[in-house]
Design a protein around this ligand. Structure first.
Ligand SMILES: [Zn+2]
Length: 268
């Protein structure tokens, strides 16, 4: 996003395709997989990819699939940046729930004024993560570290704060909202039930049972050791309790711009 390179003028549809290629994040993506993702016919996807190739944003060969060029990757990241900044604005400034911001941001992300986005970013205090815990590509092209680790990596006894969700489906976000396991809420992991991995959480005055599947899809930050008994994490890459954990085997790749996946599975 350097000032010297004029950004290509793109339609909303073109931006959505770029985002989809970016989100699928494989070295090359088949046209059918892409068409599925943007919910269109393969023939429409092919037409669009030819247009994007003419603009120098994708490298597309029939039967060989599609990959983003460097310019395409920058353009896609710019859309993701706008999307996530709008989500922060909707949640923090306008008071929308984290389960309500995505669809609105899908529309707002296509307003292309760089000055608007600069001011929005400044107004919000240059946030690094959106309400789902996803990193916001920064103005200088850098990519912030993962917001935390997944809840299923914590050991019992650990106190933590919810910072996001790896799964952005309405089903999970609505459920977590309903039970109060929302961003910035704090809990202690009391117990992991041996039968099915259910997590028993406790806050100041209530107990909550969360399925292993939900726990696998929640980003949390463990509180510093000493603020809760035995705060630590399990797993192949043990995490320091407390501050942001950069060793978690979760989204280390997200910091890369190159061929690495800057996302989980969603273009949020
Ligand atoms: Zn979103």
């Amino acid at each position: 996003m350097t000032a010297s390179v004029p950004a290509p003028v793109l339609t909303s549809a073109e931006e959505n395709y770029l985002k989809a290629v970016f989100a699928l994040a494989q070295p090359r993506i088949g046209t059918n997989a892409l068409a599925d993702r943007v919910q269109t016919k393969a023939s429409s996807a092919t037409d669009m990819l030819q247009r994007l190739a003419e603009k120098g944003l994708v490298d597309y060969e029939r039967y060989k699939g599609v990959a983003l060029t460097d310019a395409g990757r920058i353009a896609a990241a710019a859309v993701v940046r706008r999307h996530r900044l709008w989500e922060v604005f909707l949640a923090e400034t306008l008071g929308f729930g984290w389960n309500e911001v995505h669809d609105l941001a899908e529309e707002l992300e296509h307003v292309q004024s760089p000055e608007l986005i600069r001011r929005l970013d400044r107004f919000l205090g240059t946030p690094t993560h959106d309400p789902h815990g996803d990193p916001i590509p920064q103005a200088d092209g850098s990519w912030p570290a993962a917001a935390g680790i997944l809840l299923d990596q914590l050991l019992p006894g650990t106190a933590f704060t919810v910072v996001g969700a790896a799964d952005h489906t309405d089903e999970l976000l609505n459920y977590l909202t309903q039970v109060g396991a929302v961003p910035q809420s704090s809990w202690t992991l009391v117990e992991v039930l041996p039968f099915d991995g259910t997590r028993v959480l406790q806050d100041d005055d209530r107990r909550l049972h969360l399925s292993a599947l939900a726990a696998k899809n929640m980003w949390v930050q463990a509180h510093p050791a000493g603020s809760g008994a035995g705060a630590q994490a399990t797993g192949a890459a043990p995490a320091q309790a407390g501050a942001r954990n950069e060793d978690a085997p979760t989204r280390r790749d997200l910091q890369q711009w190159g061929d690495e996946t800057p996302f989980t599975n969603e273009t949020h």
